[in-house]
Design a protein around this ligand. Structure first.
Ligand code: 5RP
Length: 226
């Protein structure tokens, strides 16, 4: 269990990464807002800049938080005037490996988060330093359709439904997959092949433009992918 001092340092690093990423945003941009405790530091940093931006949110929690800070949050659905592209999306991650594969979805918002990251010209990942790992370790969060859920879980095998995470905004069930991650690309395509699996928390390096890591009070931009 992390100590209080370690928690304080982690928060300091999350804040440093989030504040550095907020500087990437300029007036006139459309901005995807991720979900989680690191993004919770991004929202006030963005709001303080008083930019003329339109935001889309990856979860009801982020939407409520962003609106309460005065950020303009617009729908990201079929309604008009529709937004079909974003200039930048900024989000946290649970793990980042040396090739920039990510595991996301600790907060269960990975399906929307992936849609938003994919729609963005630039996807910026913000993490505290302990999230940078040599090798990805399970669990990998997944979202599955309620219809046929037991059949999908059976297909996935080593997976467990999260007892206390609410359904996704689309009504999906959130589970965690506990197998071994030997090859993230192979695992991602296996997940993609499973009927009933709506989304998974493996994000490929091609999706990621920048990784900003908090180290103590400062933030460092990881050099290009290996
Ligand atoms: C939510 C996510 C989060 O970005 C991820 O879990 C990191 O969260 P935090 O910033 O709270 O450590 O993917 O679905």
């Amino acid at each position: 269990m992390p100590t209080k001092a370690a928690d304080g340092r982690t928060d300091q690093e999350k804040r440093a990464a989030a504040e550095a990423a907020a500087e990437f945003v300029e007036s006139g941009m459309t901005v995807g807002l991720g979900t989680g405790s690191t993004v919770a530091f991004l929202l006030p940093a963005l709001a303080e800049r008083r930019l003329d931006i339109r935001c889309v949110a990856t979860s009801p929690a982020t939407e409520a938080n962003a609106r309460s800070l005065g950020l303009d949050v617009v729908p990201f659905d079929e309604s008009a005037p529709a937004i079909s592209q974003l200039d930048v999306a900024i989000d946290g991650a649970d793990q980042v490996d040396p090739d920039w594969w990510l595991i996301k979805g600790g907060g269960g918002a990975h399906t929307r988060e992936k849609v938003v990251a994919a729609a963005a010209a630039r996807f910026v990942v913000i993490v505290s330093s302990e999230k940078v790992v040599e090798r990805l370790e399970s669990p990998v969060p997944v979202e599955i359709l309620a219809f046929g859920a037991q059949a999908t879980l059976r297909e996935l095998q080593r997976s467990v439904l999260r007892p206390s995470t609410p359904l996704s905004p689309e009504g999906g069930l959130i589970a965690d997959w506990f197998g071994e991650i030997r090859d993230p690309a192979q695992l991602a395509s296996w997940f993609d092949s499973i009927a009933g699996l709506v989304g998974h928390g493996l994000f490929p390096p091609e999706m990621v433009s920048d990784v900003i890591v908090g180290r103590g009070p400062s933030a460092e931009r990881l050099p290009g992918r290996r």
